[in-house]
Write a protein that binds this ligand. Structure first.
Ligand code: NAX
Length: 319
């Protein structure tokens, strides 16, 4: 057996974590020879419920789960962790403006970015799930000057998977037969769902009027129909994101990462690109043609992310 790795999941008593932590503990993330120490962070008022999750984890008697640390203290949560799933975030409440949501989350991700910087393993890999995911990842990255920007990512894998399924369903093939779909930009309704490199067998009207809005609004549809937001599918996407980052993939997957200026996107914005991964190194797929329609979509996402960044920079003190 290998030595155990420490993995933190924030928002440990929330919906997504309720699927995510059991999957991690069962070995779905790194395989059956990798023991795990789970660090679970929650708000002080929710710790009681998190203790219940801890009891259930123990009741599974997972051989790989060497220890569980349940805490409301960021230092304890982030100390020595090699992998961080930042899932907990401030929810959007009734009458809340988007700027207020961004501000509330900025405070959380500022604290967590600093804690990652100060206490985590220096090679920590971070995926932000909590919304607004791209901008939250940006804040955490900016607040962790001793870590490399490349250690911070945000999750667009759920959008990627949603796109895969919709396209496979339309073409009546198995999802495994579809390659090279792309989610560009922000994890928001503006995201650009690009299928130009996956197929030329669908008509443009269906793409624009059905597929794009379907994927962009899928989260809202789930809430309307299920009565709760996506949870198991988000947890599965988070596992896939981190596993591919560690184990590598030559398939194109979508990940929001710090832009290096590729495709004309301003450097430093956390922007979703098509990537491949080798030996822990994420590489943006280069050389794709950006036609006029695509350019507009890419720019729209850039503008939205710049506005979010501006809201953070003007609202957040000591940043
Ligand atoms: P829940 O409200 O069920 O759980 C969130 C948990 O985070 C709560 O238990 C809360 O107490 C905790 N929390 C809040 N602030 C915290 C802090 N400062 N430190 C530690 N814990 C904190 O939400 P859930 O359904 O689990 O969703 C979590 C986040 O994922 C939300 O922001 C949601 O919008 C986002 N999503 C992102 C997706 C993506 O593709 N990137 C898709 C799914 C999901 O909508």
């Amino acid at each position: 057996m290998k030595p155990p790795v420490r993995i933190v999941v924030t928002g440990g008593a929330g919906q997504i974590a309720y699927s995510l932590v059991f999957r991690i503990a069962s070995g779905e993330l790194f395989g059956s020879d990798q023991p795990i120490i789970l660090h679970l962070l929650e708000l002080p008022s929710i710790i009681k419920h998190l203790n219940g999750v801890g009891m259930e984890l123990n009741d599974c008697a997972y051989p790989l789960l060497y220890d569980i640390i349940i805490t409301d203290d960021v230092k304890t949560a982030f100390t020595d962790v090699e992998y961080a799933f930042l899932v907990g975030a401030a929810p959007r409440t009734k009458d809340m403006q988007r700027a207020d949501l961004i501000k509330a989350n900025a405070e959380i991700f500022k604290v967590q970015g600093k804690a990652l910087n100060n206490y985590a393993n220096s090679k920590v890999k971070v995926v932000v799930v909590g919304n607004p995911a791209n901008t939250n990842a940006y804040i955490a990255m900016r607040c962790a000057p001793d870590l490399a920007p490349e250690q911070f990512t945000a999750m667009t894998r759920l959008d990627h998977n949603r796109l895969l399924h919709q396209l496979a369903n339309k073409l009546q093939v198995n999802v495994a037969e579809i390659n090279n779909v792309i989610i560009w930009g922000n994890h928001s309704a503006s995201q650009y769902t690009d299928i130009r490199y996956a197929t030329t067998n669908v008509d443009q009207n269906w793409f624009i009027n059905d597929l794009m809005p379907c994927v962009q609004q899928r989260g809202t549809s789930i809430i309307e129909i299920r009565g709760k937001s996506s949870a198991a599918s988000a947890a599965y996407a988070a596992i896939s994101h981190m596993r591919d980052w560690v184990k590598g993939t030559d398939q194109w997957v979508s990940m929001a990462i710090p832009s290096d200026g590729s495709y004309g996107i301003k450097e430093g914005l956390i922007y979703s690109y098509p990537v491949t991964i080798d030996n822990g190194i994420i590489s943006i797929v280069q050389g794709l043609e950006i036609d006029e329609f695509s350019r507009k979509q890419l720019d729209k996402n850039q503008q939205e992310l710049e506005l979010e960044r501006e809201a953070v920079l003007t609202n957040l003190t000591g940043f």
